[in-house]
Design a protein around this ligand. Structure first.
Ligand code: TXA
Ligand code: MG
Length: 351
């Protein structure tokens, strides 16, 4: 299949530039598009056969449900059978935005989209191009992150092309995304909302709106623990993984830098290709051929923006061993550490 790559100026485009993409979606095809979090791989979420193509293109297990993307709140009524009060409040506060909520699904949502579940994940992205694509196509767009299953999520159209060119109909290139990690997922079906995946919208931000919020055990775990079943099926798979073996060093930052330098030296002597994930504050302190700066410790959003991009760069360079600093797991740091821990297969060295 020839994948059409279409550049769109997100600040200045007209809806008729999206005509072809909308037509592909209506015809049951696949279009990758940017959102404020990461690039999504879209299909008509009400068409089971179209959803099936997403699983094939990504190599995604079919029990891992998709998120439906909407542009107008009225779509929520159509796609769900019940809207809890807490969800209404959260939608009013955070939509459009990087928040996904889990609802009991209505009959029109096919099981092929929800991985066989009676619930459906819904989000309203805060991105002009994504919203225009949803409105122009006239359907809720089912979209997982537009990467091959197991690879880091794409934050540039190039990442999508690297993984999926030849397997999907079109990529809308709207430049770099703003946030760089996937949306916060909250299950609002019970008494107390539960965070199934941490993201830009933190526990504290949610609690300011709806009171108590819990975090699913699987999010907080620090090891590969098969006895804990995550409520978001996708969280059980090895995810975000770079090809090299990754280790997180945790503790006093000076010690971390010293220890990473020692490990780098050992790997170099053994003839292995080694890289370091550093921050603006530390990047000049490493003695390594490949040092990638992920962002600044004083600006957490710069870290979320840089995270997946850096992991992909290590892959491109064929890095065999990756050493990284760790981050305080409060606020946005919880999402950052969640992604880093998964990328490292929970391999942490405490100093
Ligand atoms: O920011 C995002 O959320 C991006 C952009 C494209 O919107 N999308 C994204 O989708 O990250 P994906 O498929 O990579 O992750 C969706 C997660 C998976 O872990 C999946 O298991 C979970 O959401 N999920 C989807 N439907 C669910 C449901 N009904 N119940 C529990 N978890 C669900
Ligand atoms: Mg994903």
């Amino acid at each position: 299949m020839n994948t059409i790559i279409q550049q769109i100026n997100v600040e200045d485009f007209e809806n008729n530039e999206l005509k072809e993409a909308a037509q592909i979606l209506q015809d049951g095809g696949l279009v990758a598009f940017p959102t404020e979090t990461v690039y999504g791989l879209g299909a008509n979420g009400l068409d089971e056969n179209a959803s099936k193509k997403i699983y094939e293109a990504k190599g995604r297990p079919s029990d891992n449900p998709l998120i439906l993307h909407i542009a107008d709140i009225s779509s929520l009524e159509v796609l769900t059978s019940r809207i809890p009060e807490a969800a209404r409040k959260l939608a009013e506060t955070f939509w459009p935005g990087p928040l996904t909520m889990i609802f009991p699904k209505s009959d029109i949502v096919p099981y092929g989209t929800t991985g066989g579940l009676d619930t459906v994940a819904i989000r309203m992205p805060d991105h002009k191009l994504a919203a225009a694509l949803i409105r122009t196509s006239g359907v809720p767009i089912a979209a997982p992150s537009a990467n091959t299953s197991g690879r880091p999520s794409p934050t540039l159209a190039k990442h999508v092309a690297d993984d999926l060119a030849g397997k999907i109909d079109m990529i809308l290139d709207g430049g770099s995304v703003e946030i760089g990690i996937e949306s916060t997922i909250v299950d609002v079906s019970g008494e107390v909302p539960v965070i199934l995946r941490p993201g830009y919208i933190t526990k504290g931000m949610l609690e300011d709106v709806v009171g108590q919020v819990e975090v699913d055990k699987a999010v907080l775990t620090r090891k590969v623990d098969t006895s804990i079943k995550p409520k978001a099926p996708g969280m059980k798979y090895k995810h975000y993984a770079p090809k090299g073996s990754m280790t997180i060093f945790e503790g006093d930052l000076d010690k971390v830098v010293t220890t990473i330098n020692e490990q780098v030296k050992k790997q170099k002597e053994a003839g292995n290709k080694v890289g370091v994930i550093a921050t603006e504050e530390t990047k000049d302190r490493y003695h390594c051929d490949i040092v990638k700066c992920i962002g600044s410790r004083h600006n957490e959003i710069s870290i979320t923006q840089g995270l997946f991009k850096v992991l992909r760069e290590f892959d491109d360079l064929g890095t065999e061993y990756i050493y990284t600093e760790s981050f305080d797991d409060q606020k946005l740091g919880q999402a950052i550490m969640n992604r880093l821990l998964k990328a490292a297969g929970y391999h942490v060295v405490k100093l």
